[in-house]
Design a protein around this ligand. Sequence first.
Ligand code: ADP
Length: 493
Amino acid sequence: MRRREGRQGSIKWRIFGSFALFTAVILALLWIFQVVLLDPFYKAIKVHEIKTSAHTICQEINSEGLQKNLQRVALENQICCIISDSRGNRIYSENATPNCVIHRLSNWNLAVVYMVTMDNGGSYFERFPQEPYQPVMILEDNSAYTRQEESFESMIFAQIVTRSDGQQLMVLMNSTISPVGATVDTLRIQLLTVSVVMLLLGLLLALLLSRKIGRPIESLNSAAKVLATGNYNAQFNGEGYQEVQELSDTLNYAARELSKVETLQRDLIANISHDLRTPLTLITGYAEVMRDLPGENTPENVQIIIDEATRLTTLVNDVLDLSKLQSGAVTLERSEFNLTQSVRSILTRYSKLTDYHITFQAERDVWVNADELKISQVVYNLVNNALTYTGEDKRVLLRQEEEGGKVRISVTDTGEGIPQDKLNDIWERYYKVDKAHKRAQMGTGLGLSIVKMVLDMHGGKYGVRSQEGVGSTFWFELDGIPAAGREQAPGPR
Ligand code: ADP
């Protein structure tokens, strides 16, 4: 088995690493957008603002509420605006910033701007540095002090528009781009604090998360390694998340089942070897006695050899039948047959057992659609068990009942019964309730598994009721055929 060592590969460190990386990326993005790109973003927005404002005013140049709109646009965007004619005469003017450049222009200057705009194809944009408007302080020694401000920038945008009366006007706007340096500084300090807090919180969370997820998985992993060595007592304790708990339950279940399989396998080898060895020893023993001692060549001894050989055949047949059924190679050969008649004919095989009292109660003949041979095997196995395990009175009662279109065959004995906690296990292969019981040793432990498989294939229900010291009743159900004429019809045998 290949094992991966090292901390880096472990789930705990992976989760921790991913989370830490995620936090770092988020912080880096915040830094880039809030600090590095703030200035270009801000300027781009300002340029966009002045151009859209000019566009809005140009569109409303003929409207009566132009003055009002101009005021609104100017105040909202902190823009100064002058609308003038080609000679520089102001028609409208709105001054919304304290440091406006265009309001300082003379009419002649405005006319020049008008011409430049016309030359430029009707619109003109310019961005230029502007002196800060903070007043210079005069210090005590009469020297002047000017704070080292970052340079302001100013921009103007002019657009020529034609009014409905044919007159061409110029919409001239100006806005100031305040330096963002101070804002960036504030943001930087804020971000630094947030980054440190986030990083610490992120790391803490990553550590907690990785522990919470990683710990139970590590514990499951080490228990699985114990299981892999063949120790089926390994305990899986995955606590925390639902999936981990489910995984742990599944693994515990798998470990229990594996240990059962191992016990079964051990029992199987013990059973099979015992079941094979006993008849073989007897056969060899009796055959040798008969060979060496002529007087021992009696029919009783021959019968013992035949009986033991028959037991061997049954065992081998049962093993083969079950493995065939389990491999899925067997298909059902369904036909309509008289179940009542079929049970009766099985019971005739036991007519020689005169010391047993076998009774079959059936109100009428019932037909079913099933594999007759396999259903006969089911009945045969159940009757055989009942005969083997029944009590001193040697009574076995078979009953046929009908209800809701179903026909139920039950086999009751008066034996020791089966403990309630074993009732589910008896259907397992090679399972014997009382291994020390002499008569139990006669069986192969396969009979009920064959019954179970055959009835499962038919989709029929089956079960057992048992009371210790009173006896057991094994039963199964099949669908009856409700044919009116069947009742009087003679059975197929
Ligand atoms: P076996 O060949 O050992 O009878 P089965 O699969 O038919 O194998 O039965 C499994 C076990 O169930 C038996 O070993 C026995 O312990 C128990 N069992 C089956 N039928 C009866 C019964 N009628 N009464 C009591 N125990 C039974």
